[in-house]
Design a protein around this ligand. Structure first.
Ligand code: MG
Length: 171
């Protein structure tokens, strides 16, 4: 088993879509970034890479590379998941927290969970998306941007379970 954590921040900007966990959320501002600036998916990707000590998303998808301009972060997440699988690991679960003063994210959480669970290859009950405000404090509180944190657990193919997730005899 390997654990990883990720953190990311993006600044609000006008005339940008707000994309969180691959879901477009109606809001008067979006997030600024080279890609679609999906801060939640970025935190999850960094957690996945971190679990296997594979560096960070800036190394894998540099913002100087025009290939990644405006790209869907979910497409990058698929690449990271493929990298994890190629090394013989699968996602067990993800727990993530979005720090945002606005908008309210509750109506969109289940869509985010469904999309991310599908991309991560896990059941919906293995993806947790939580949200909190910062009670008006700091850059999130001043509504300057959104931050996200994520923790992931990965299981190696030889972690005492077969591909069906059944425990092996004697384990
Ligand atoms: Mg980012």
């Amino acid at each position: 088993m390997r654990v990883g954590f990720g953190f990311d921040v993006h600044r609000f900007a006008d005339q940008r879509p707000l994309v969180l966990g691959g879901v477009v959320i109606p809001h008067e501002q979006g997030l600024l970034g080279h890609s679609d600036a999906d801060v939640l998916t970025h935190a999850i990707m960094d957690a996945l890479l971190g679990a296997l000590a594979l560096g960070d998303i800036g190394e894998h998808f540099p913002d100087t590379d025009e290939r990644f301009r405006g790209i869907s972060s979910v497409a990058l997440l698929e690449e990271v998941v493929a990298l994890i699988r190629a090394r013989g690991y699968r996602v067990v679960n993800v727990d993530a927290m979005v720090l945002a003063e606005r908008p309210k994210l509750a109506p969109y959480k289940s869509a985010m969970v469904d999309l991310l669970a599908h991309k991560l290859g896990v059941p919906g009950n293995c993806v947790s998306i939580k949200a909190t405000t910062m009670e008006g404090m700091g850059f999130v509180g001043r509504r300057e941007g959104i931050a996200a944190q994520a923790a992931v657990l990965l299981r190696g193919a030889r972690a005492g379970q077969d591909d069906d997730g059944e425990r092996e005899v004697g384990q």
